[in-house]
Design a protein around this ligand. Sequence first.
Ligand code: CO8
Length: 300
Amino acid sequence: LCPPGVLPLCCRPPAWDRAPRPPLSPLRPPGLPLAPSRPFSNNKIQVELDESSGIAMMKFKSPPVNSLSLEFLTEFSISLEKLENDRACRGVIITSAVPKIFSSGLDITEMCGKSMEHYAEFWRAVQELWLRLYGSNMVTVAAVNGSSPAGGCLVALSCDYRIMAENPKFSIGLNEAQLGIVAPFWFKDTFVNIVGHRVAERSLQLGSLHPAPEAHKLGLVDELVPEEKLLEKAAAVMAQWLALPDHARQLTKSMMRKAVLDRLVAHREDDIQNFVTFISKESIQKSLRMYMEMLKKRKS
Ligand code: CO8
């Protein structure tokens, strides 16, 4: 991930101390095609940066369900790092190119039947992605155009604003308890900061997946719009957020999020060790295998 002489992401604090970027060219009205644009594409994620507005569009394109595998997480972190370091970029809209699915969360096969070393590497990649996204200096808007359980929900929760397609068949939530696993403290902190303690406590204990209208009612997502209007709305919200001076917005975001980010940075190695110990237990492995079987059975 890192050129020689540069600290790996895991050793760097989130980039709150970046110099504010100068304001870029005025935004085009929402809905107009993004051009001129600078695309870069990995295997699983496609990114297009519109240099005139400073807005990047990031699309997950890892069918069938955009599960967050080690490869996906690594590409995601690298894409965010590239955008973060690009002075032309001020905001990113995150959405999916896979119909009906935003992201199915962490790839369960990465947590099943693998070595302790693999679990540690995988968990470090999950942490790294969250530190980058939750701690981003850019404005981040999630355009949730499909179901978004567990890690998929975390991605949306880590953004500054969430707009979801108003289809009640799409659901979102931290459903870890349904898999027999426990959302780590930083998933929980991110969730509590958005919906409050009571809603988070009930939702986490029950492993609830909330259909879009309920998610909106709980404050888990900020707005619902018809699916065909999702990107237009995301561009309009982005324009509103980018109308403010970057430095004021960034420092305010830091003030709101730093304590939660610092908590993971301070306990990162313990958190990895906890994950590895927990996930390697035979009882947990059994739960995950049963869950995967249930997914397959449901299909047939
Ligand atoms: N990981 C790996 N494979 C997956 C996942 C996943 N998260 N989700 C789905 N798949 C697979 C299915 O098994 C199926 O595989 P196959 O084609 O080989 O049978 C394929 O993807 C397609 O799945 P579906 O047929 O179910 O597709 P649908 O469009 O009908 O449904 C859903 C899509 C709604 C996303 C559905 O697949 C689903 O509910 N998936 C499970 C989502 C889930 O529960 N994710 C939780 C992951 S755990 C997590 O993110 C946080 C863990 C924190 C760990 C803390 C430990 C200490």
